[in-house]
Write a protein that binds this ligand. Sequence first.
Ligand code: ADP
Ligand code: MG
Length: 289
Amino acid sequence: MLPSKVVRPMRSIAAMNPVRAATVSPGTGADNAQPLIVARALSKTYGAADRHQVTALKNLDFEIYDGEFVSVVGQSGCGKSTLLKVLAGLLPYSAGSVELNGKPLRGPSPEAAVVFQSPVLLPWRTVIENVLLPIEFRKLPIANYRQKAADLLALVGLQDFARRYPFELSGGMQQRAAIVRALVQDPRLLLMDEPFGALDAMTREQMNLELMRIWSGSRKTVFFITHSIAEAIFLSDRVFAMTTRPGTIADVISIDLPRPRDLSIINTDRFGRYAAHLHSLLDAQGGMF
Ligand code: ADP
Ligand code: MG
């Protein structure tokens, strides 16, 4: 059974900003909305000219709106992680442009935080010390963030584990700590690369509900990479389906399912139709793996 706290009501993107939400619908014109991310003809090629070059991303055009939850699905090796690292400012792109909040993206931004598949906690530091690491890195006054860190740990059910070490936590708990570490800086944009890929099915479902709860209460924009079509539909406002390498966006599916969502929505016809559509898109690319 899932804890009852994880299914409390959430705001949909429409409830957060009805004017903007209208522009987030399929075929959005975005007439009066300011997207958080704008990518135009974005390309990324690895390797020096003429030598073993790999074009990972080719000519991507998309917008991601403030407060939106966008997932990306696509075959392994199609460029999902490359795209996330480019948006995180961790990897330079080769051509085109990316804007974050109206400004050209040049390197990591304090407005964005990344969560990877592995929690990457420092084993010699306690959970709270790990969570406060980005604050230390940014030389911000740690004392001002302790309460926030404690509140976030409580939000994900880790209030009793703040002074424990990572090895004392399960995989799911470690990943929750990694998410708290990303959230403690109050980033506007949360970039997540298959964050629940290493977790068992039950923990993963719980983490999905937890993430929806955090997202709905915080107005953050989430860019979420996953191997699971069901996870993508369940969480998202829109799902980007990528082609095989060189990766580009094959289709953008708007998920018009009511919020709050609980796991029973997976059994509805509408959910099934979205899943079938995404499966057929990816099958046309040779499947998910
Ligand atoms: P995904 O996350 O969708 O599995 P990646 O973005 O990791 O895909 O990789 C996309 C393509 O770029 C793959 O063909 C991969 O081999 C290649 N690639 C990824 N990182 C590098 C790198 N640092 N140098 C060269 N090629 C890379
Ligand atoms: Mg990847």
